[in-house]
Design a protein around this ligand. Structure first.
Ligand code: ATP
Length: 807
């Protein structure tokens, strides 16, 4: 036995040494490339001193390329090299651009059958797979980029369909040191030789080793162990819409992120238009945002939480479920459309119209246009008259001309008759006012016989009136520039909101919505919820932004030399905003939606606007949806994705939860979505979930159980409570260290922990109509251990199993 172990160890050491030699060779080559890049930089600097425009432009281009190259080479990734495949001879002898042979099928004579009936073959090609491709000086591939076609067999080959792959090896390394190797034999029946020696096989299960590893608060890439069904999604063609379904832990998020890196590799030029990854929560953004840099991709991908999609807005609060249901509903479109127009009118006679930007109006030479007894629209004219009354008076051609409330109302109605965004209608409104004043002045009649004279007189009239400060002040107050936040703030007035929501929302819904929007304050600047952000985006579209002349401040040196046309890579990098690698774009070339099942209709509209001309990858699991009206959301999703053809994939294996945890979660799935099959858990740990019951002091019980879990696992512990218990739970866990976090049920989405403590399942299930699905999410976060802690309302049995989780 001891002798056998010694042999295994020596094979392992020898094979580790083989890979160490290869990695050393790779680093020698990388060092050469770094020296080349540095030389290019220095050379470019010399050219810069020559100073002719041609030399400067050339310098810039060279510095840009060399800088990019250096950046990539200098970042020493963990697991830079992570894979190797040993291949049979291919059918045709052609090499691809990465230097590897292209054929997938073995050549006819690649495998011999011996007299003993066994099969034999010689390995014809060995490829190493890593995060970026490296060619030797003679163009032989030292490392193949994981996204290159030649790397696909590393992920795709299975014993049933091995193609040319005989042995697949996962190499573990740190910096420049190879730590170990793990092999899979794809043709175990075959005796294969490499350089005359029989192919060695080391270890079993690189995937299992990866899955068993302790978790931290950031997600790792899965580049060395992507599974075949996942690889198909990652490499699916970019065109139109790719939809990916699959239960918890099947790798949907991981696959979506790897797909972003793959698409950039495939067609960098096309995706220079940017890739947007939309995540439901900032916590999930923080958890996932390190994955792309670890794959060597940063610049073109923006990962944004739903509450951070609108420039300048950041959601910091949650709405209670009943309010969220109203704000997220597609019905809000109609309410916002009316609010965007209705907010032009003052709420009260002594206050400016809702949401106006800028000036206060000062001494206005006009009267409140909405006052007067003859309102054709009683709802909008219900404002009592006040210090500002409803008339516009100007002096033209020495005579007073006046427009009364009814005329002004007519003019506004005509101006609003166009579908153009409200703020962009101001010039039209101004023109209509001038038309009306002109007509009323009677001047048109005086020149009726001479159109040329009439046109001249009209021009002079317009100039006169427009030049009057009183006319400007009137226009500013009567048709102010509205802001989305301002309109949202105006909707906090229940009476006005009631008018705008008539026949769309129920009175109870209006009351709840207005109450919630009070948080924004009268100017709309208060804290926003995730759902408010989608409303702001809708309003932005309805209101529009009038164009303003842009001032660009020129560096005095630039003015002298015209040098602003020539910048270096370093200049541009320095100008980049430090907090956001990618400038906020209005639209993207590809949009990836993670946890798509959670998007409310208004959020789909917001995301849809960012991908009107994009290709899409949409990943999600309906069984985990926290949105209460899936049908309404499906309609909005269809609208956002349009008529593009769809390609659908389903991931079937749960890589996160051990079978013991998955079994408990499946009980809730059966209640939440009867008939839906859970994904199959890939491993089992023998660690049965614990059921505990809290006595009188729930906080003490949570703290004690969290302590116990912290002692049992090396990594993280997530404590999931109902949303309204979040603050309390944070206090319960105070001082227990950074490995443990308290999460509201909606915040647990997409995350995972070594151990999870789910507190009062019934409390979570009763939170909203989607509560059971939210509970299913909570129960599927653990990679090793799960404890369910019941309170009285959970009606636990003698074993502590709550009512919801019993057979
Ligand atoms: N091929 C793989 N190799 C190693 N780990 C994997 C693999 N596929 C998935 N995992 C791991 O499984 C866990 C779950 O993956 P991920 O979060 O992407 O799943 P998900 O389908 O998005 O889950 P959920 O629907 O619950 O959010 C992660 O830790 C991920 O790294």
């Amino acid at each position: 036995m001891a002798a056998h172990e010694a042999t295994v160890d020596s094979v392992r050491d020898r094979e580790t040494g083989v890979e160490q030699d290869h990695l050393d060779q790779v680093y020698r080559r990388l060092e050469e490339k770094i020296r080349e890049a540095e030389f290019l930089m220095a050379d470019a600097a010399r050219r810069g001193q020559v100073g002719t425009p041609g030399a400067l432009a050339e310098r810039d281009a060279q510095v840009f390329r060399a800088g990019l190259h250096l950046n990539r080479l200098n970042s020493e990734f963990e697991d830079f090299l992570f894979g190797r495949i040993d291949l049979l001879e291919g059918k045709d002898g052609e090499r691809g651009p990465d230097g590897a042979f292209t054929s997938v099928e073995p050549a006819d004579g690649a495998v011999r059958t011996g007299e003993d009936g066994r099969t034999y073959a010689e390995i014809a090609e060995t490829l190493h797979i890593g995060r970026i491709g490296v060619l030797d000086a003679d163009y032989t591939p030292l490392v193949i980029d994981w996204r290159a076609p030649a790397a696909a067999p590393f992920y795709r080959a299975t014993p049933v369909d091995p193609g040319r792959v005989v042995r697949r090896r996962v190499i573990r390394s740190k910096g420049r040191k190879v730590l170990g190797v793990e092999d899979d034999l794809l043709r175990p029946e075959m005796t294969a030789t490499l350089g005359g020696e029989e192919l060695a096989v080391v270890g079993d299960g690189a995937l299992m080793a990866a899955l068993g590893r302790a978790r931290s608060h950031t997600m790792r890439d899965i580049v060395s162990s992507i599974q075949a069904e996942q690889d198909k999604v990652i490499r699916a063609p970019a065109a139109s819409v790719t939809e990916v379904g699959g239960g918890p832990g099947t790798g949907k998020t991981a696959v979506a992120l790897h797909r972003a890196a793959y698409l950039l590799y495939q067609d960098r030029r096309r995706y220079a238009g940017g890739i947007l990854v939309v995540s439901p929560t900032p916590l999930l953004v923080a958890y996932t945002e390190g994955v792309l840099p670890s794959l060597g991709e940063e610049g073109q991908v923006a990962i944004r939480a739903l509450g951070s999609l609108v420039d300048g807005a950041e959601a910091t609060v949650y709405d209670e479920p009943a309010v969220a249901r109203v704000k997220g509903s597609a019905r809000m479109q109609a309410v916002l459309r009316r609010a965007a127009r209705g907010a032009l009118e003052p709420a009260r006679p002594d206050s400016p119209p809702g949401g106006r930007r800028g000036r206060t109006g000062g001494q206005l030479s006009f009267d409140d246009p909405e006052a007067g007894p003859d309102g054709a629209e009683p709802a909008e004219t219900a404002q009592p008259a006040g210090p500002v009354t409803g008339r516009l008076r100007v002096v033209a051609f020495g005579a007073r001309v006046e427009l009364g409330p009814q005329e002004l109302r007519e003019i506004r109605r005509t101006a609003l008759g166009a579908t153009t965004p409200v703020n962009l209608l101001r010039p039209r409104a101004r023109r209509l006012l001038l038309d009306a004043l002109w007509a009323k002045s009677g001047a048109a009649g005086r020149h009726s016989g001479d159109p040329e004279l009439a046109a001249e007189a009209r021009e002079a009239f317009d100039e006169d009136i427009s030049g009057e400060p009183g006319f400007h002040a009137f226009l500013d107050a009567w048709w102010p520039e509205l802001t989305p936040r301002g309109v949202l703030g105006a909707m906090a007035d229940e009476r006005r909101l009631g008018r705008w929501a008539r026949r769309v929302l129920q009175p109870g819904e209006v009351r709840r919505l207005a109450r919630s929007l009070k948080r924004l304050g009268p100017d709309g600047r208060g804290p926003l919820s995730v759902h408010d952000v989608a409303l702001l985006d809708e309003l932005q579209t309805l209101l529009g932004t009038p164009s303003r002349p842009r001032k660009r401040e020129l560096d005095p040196l630039e003015q002298l030399t015209g040098l602003e046309e020539v910048t270096t890579f370093a200049d541009r990098s320095a100008r980049r905003r430090p907090d956001r690698a990618v400038e906020e774009r209005a639209e993207y070339a590809h949009v990836i939606v993670d946890e798509a099942q959670d998007l409310a209709p208004m959020q789909w509209r917001m995301v849809g606007r960012r991908g009107r001309h994009a290709t899409w990858t949409v990943v999600g699991d309906p069984a985990q949806s926290s949105w209460s009206d899936p049908e309404e959301a499906a309609g909005a999703r269809d609208e956002a994705l349009g008529s593009r053809p769809r390609r659908r994939f389903t991931l079937t294996v749960n890589y996160r939860n051990p079978a013991e945890v998955a079994e408990v979660a499946a009980k809730v799935l059966a209640l939440a979505m009867p008939g839906m099959e859970p994904p199959e858990a890939v491993r089992s740990t023998g660690l049965v979930p614990r059921f505990a019951v809290a006595g009188g002091d729930l906080g003490a019980a949570v703290r004690a159980e969290a302590r116990r879990l912290l002692a049992e696992v090396d990594g993280t512990v997530g404590v999931v409570v109902a949303m309204d218990r979040r603050e309390e739970a944070r206090a319960w866990l105070a001082g227990l260290g950074e490995r443990v976090v308290a999460l509201g049920s909606l915040e647990a989405k997409g995350l995972e922990y070594d151990a999870t403590l789910v507190v009062s399942p019934a409390g979570i299930a009763d939170e909203s109509p989607a509560g059971l699905r939210v509970l299913y999410v909570a129960l599927t976060r653990a990679t090793q251990r799960l404890t369910v802690l019941s309170a009285k309302r959970d009606a636990p049995d003698a074993d502590g199993v709550p009512d919801l989780l019993r057979e």
